[in-house]
Design a protein around this ligand. Structure first.
Ligand code: NDP
Ligand SMILES: O=C(O)C1=N[C@H](C(=O)O)C[C@H](O)C1
Length: 254
């Protein structure tokens, strides 16, 4: 994702790429990383130093669940607005970041999925849950993904749970003959199933069941370019925000 963002920002006329951070890649010119020309911008290992020297308006973070909260706090404390796609942050970390961004009066966009189609899939799922409250979520990703379930699946479950109110699904007497075979159980008994395989990018199917019928809502990211229009939109919009906006839908459907 970092490589894809470098390419997208570099190719966007109203943006200037001023720095890049990756702990292990220090010293490499970022151009050849995405198949572009030498640019004289090299990967650095120290985020705080890059922010102090390059003084960007915005930092885009696609890193790892254990690094992301620290990176966001470093950016905000340096006066830089974060746009964050990294998933797997805890609710406590999110709350701390909300308070920090608010107190510094700086914008920050955190979105579990920047693909417009995925945002629509979540919106349609929330709408369907009002009429067909029995639902299971299957998310499918490449086998290098660190967190499970995906941030998108968690966000979908949150939206579905909010849309259907107190509803509880599932059979309390059900027996799992193989532990975990029914997936993870979210609030109200919403089951989430995580598939990890080489060859996949990022996919999700939300299946609703009703009397004599099912409804499937599916989104497929077939390349990482799918996330870039959403990232660039957030980079532009974060300059005019104060505090944290969680979810791209809040920038798309105002
Ligand atoms: N919101 C969205 O639309 C999307 C979100 N994602 C999420 O984005 C995150 C990244 O995904 P992906 O690019 O596939 O993951 P990768 O594992 O391919 O890349 C993560 C990179 O972050 C680097 N890194 C780790 N710690 C730090 C740090 N402290 N500072 C700077 N760089 C660091 C890693 O370096 P090293 O290898 O040296 O450890 C690695 O190069 C995941 O959480 C994923 O779920 C992904 C796609 C879309
Ligand atoms: O790790 C990924 O690849 C993705 N992560 C995000 C998530 O956890 O939902 C977004 C997208 O699904 C790709």
């Amino acid at each position: 994702m970092g490589r894809e963002v470098l390419k997208a920002v570099y190719k966007t006329e109203d943006m200037i790429l001023v720095g890049a951070v990756d702990v292990r890649g220090e010293g490499q010119d970022v151009g050849p990383l995405w198949g572009g020309p030498e640019m004289g911008i090299t990967l650095e290992g120290d985020l705080e130093k890059v922010l102090a020297e390059a003084r960007p308006d915005v930092m885009v973070d696609f890193t790892t669940p254990d690094a992301v909260a620290g990176n966001i706090k470093t950016a905000l404390k340096s006066g830089v607005r974060p746009v964050v796609g990294t998933t797997g942050m805890s609710s406590g970390e999110l709350e701390e970041i909300r308070n920090l961004a608010e107190s510094l009066k700086l914008g920050c966009v955190i979105a579990p999925n920047f693909a417009i189609g995925a945002v629509l899939m979540m919106r349609f799922a929330a709408e369907a849950a009002r009429y067909l409250p029995h639902v299971e979520i299957i998310e499918l990703h490449h086998d290098q993904k660190l967190d499970a379930p995906s941030g998108t699946a968690i966000k979908t479950a949150e939206l579905v749970a909010a849309a259907r109110g107190d509803f509880q699904q599932g059979l309390p007497t059900e027996i799992e003959k193989i532990p975990g075979v029914r997936g993870g159980s979210y609030e109200g008994g919403i089951r989430i199933h995580s598939v990890r395989l080489p060859g996949l990018v990022a996919h999700q199917e939300v299946i609703f069941g009703g009397l004599g019928q099912t409804l499937s809502i599916r989104h497929d990211s077939i390349s990482r370019e799918s996330f870039m229009p959403g990232v660039l939109l957030a980079v532009r919009r974060v300059m005019h925000l104060e505090g944290v906006v969680y979810g791209l839908e809040n920038l798309l459907f105002e």
